[in-house]
Ligand binder design. Structure first.
Ligand SMILES: [Zn+2]
Ligand SMILES: [Zn+2]
Length: 258
């Protein structure tokens, strides 16, 4: 029979085309948009975010579920934090946009990643690196009574804030403003995107918390673990919004930041 012989090379050809397309854009459902630069592991873009060697500007797309818009004060504090620690001579841009609820709360991180795939519009291109922040209308599904997750940096340029959890904590506190709590969580998650602690920005001196991977062991530092997991965080925010300690700053400086 002749037909199988003719079909074989044709099928083989299709297979190769299919594979090469998949490997170029592993998560791409949008024609013409190359998302590959934004689908890397946490910390993989630390140097690219901190320095101006490859990207001279930074754009942040904040997508929030209606009713969970971050405060202006928190976004202003984030801008200040970014200009304190990064070199972006062509500027920082923050855009905000409301979307409808996904109705999926409480969330697994896989569900948050799927929402990012559906809602994210801005990707790294040219000399501009892009970061996506999603403010969710619910909590993380692994929350326990005395240990709740306020936010998470889950890929090289992807962050989620659990807006409902942040709101609940500030509502239950007489002294902690929602804007202060948002500021701390936003800055902390950016610290992770910047490769802290020892996930993308190598430690210059050992200061990793032995019980909490990727966190700092210096009391009062922005990168201590209790900021991501609510707890004594209200005590810290009551007095002032925590900053990075010298060990964390030195790690950023060694990796192209300041
Ligand atoms: Zn953390
Ligand atoms: Zn630190």
């Amino acid at each position: 029979m002749k037909t199988p012989k003719l079909l074989l090379p044709f099928l083989f050809f299709l297979l190769i085309i299919g594979c090469s397309k998949d490997s170029a854009n592993p998560d791409d459902g949008t024609l013409g948009v190359d998302k590959s630069a934004n689908l890397k592991a946490l910390g993989a873009s630390a140097n690219e975010l901190l320095s101006d060697a490859k990207f001279t500007s930074l754009t942040i797309e904040v997508v929030y579920v209606t009713g969970f818009k971050p405060t202006e004060a928190a976004l202003n504090n984030l801008t200040q934090f970014l200009s304190n620690h990064t070199f972006k001579p062509d500027g920082l841009t923050i855009t905000t946009r409301a979307v409808a609820s996904s109705n999926k709360a409480p969330f697994s991180i896989e569900e948050i990643a799927q929402i990012e795939k559906d809602e994210r519009l801005v990707y790294t291109t040219g000399d501009e690196i892009a970061v996506f922040i999603y403010v969710a209308d619910g909590s993380n599904e692994n929350d326990e009574n005395n240990k709740v997750v306020l936010g998470s940096a889950f890929r090289n340029t992807s962050v989620v804030l659990y807006g409902k959890t942040i709101e609940n904590i500030s509502n239950n506190s007489n002294s902690t403003a929602k804007s202060d709590l948002e500021s701390v969580v936003l800055n902390h998650e950016f610290g992770h995107l910047f490769g802290l602690v020892d996930v993308g920005s190598p430690m210059q001196v050992n200061h990793e918390d032995s019980e909490n991977e990727a966190h700092c062991n210096v009391e009062g530092c922005l990168m201590t673990a209790n900021i991501e997991f609510g707890g004594s965080i209200i005590d810290m925010v009551d007095t002032n919004i925590p900053e990075l300690d010298d060990f964390c700053i030195n790690d950023l400086a060694a990796n192209g930041g300041k």
